[in-house]
Design a protein around this ligand. Structure first.
Ligand code: E4P
Length: 216
């Protein structure tokens, strides 16, 4: 399973990219708006920080508007992936872009039926929102598992991108479910790397080494 960061913050993305673990980035209009910056400029900086796909979401809600918005985004960098909402217009735009060989991420997926439609429209990625399903007292991981199973059975080429992951255990569950990609906020990367036994073990190793050097 590849790891993407879910962020539009250049500093955060640079930091996690520096760990050597990132295969891509997802942004969304809420994350981009939070930065208060010119979107194409910010997108260009983000695209320069990773080799992999960077999802940039359209805000038009009609097919032609989405396609028109996609053009300047695609001009920003070769690794821009067009993120489209899972609506009938989003699917229609996805089909047009897929037929042109443009990479797409169909987002806001909350059901297996929607995921089947995204694959049928030629999406590169489909993004089930695990945490938001949990938020309404349903089981986001169960949804992800079902989508992964159905995709495997059907032999769809679309990659399952587990989104809206809120904590480290979600990441483990996404990998176990067979997701192709997990996108997570910087906070979850930090939660994943830290372990008190690593800190304590390192402290002990360094103390023992310092003592040996001192007595040598
Ligand atoms: C995915 O592409 C979305 O940007 C994201 O994962 C949404 O996460 P949230 O539900 O925590 O806002």
């Amino acid at each position: 399973m590849k790891l993407f960061i879910d962020s539009a913050n250049v500093d955060e993305i640079r930091e996690i990219a520096g760990w050597g673990v990132l295969s891509g980035v997802t942004t969304n209009p809420s994350l981009a708006a939070k930065e208060g910056r010119d979107f194409p400029t910010m997108l260009a900086e983000i695209c320069g920080l990773v080799d992999g796909d960077v999802s940039a979401e359209v805000v038009a809600t009609d097919r032609d508007g989405m396609l028109a918005e996609a053009e300047p985004l695609l001009a920003v960098a070769d690794n821009v992936t067009i993120k489209l909402p899972l609506t009938s217009d989003g699917l229609a735009a996805c089909r047009v872009l897929a037929d042109r060989g443009v990479r797409t991420n169909v987002t806001l997926c909350f059901s297996t039926t929607q995921a089947i439609l995204a694959a049928s429209a030629g999406a590169t990625y489909v993004s089930p929102f695990v945490g938001r399903v949990d938020d309404v007292a349903n089981d986001g991981i169960a949804l992800l598992e079902e989508i992964c199973d159905v995709y495997a059975q059907a032999g769809y080429g679309t990659q399952v991108l587990a989104a809206s992951l809120r904590h480290p255990q979600h990441v483990v569950q996404a990998a176990a479910a067979g997701a192709d990609v997990a996108t997570l906020p910087a906070k979850v990367f930090h939660q994943m790397v830290r372990h008190p036994l690593t800190d304590r073990g390192l402290e002990q190793f360094l103390a023992d080494w310092a003592a040996r050097t001192a007595s040598a």
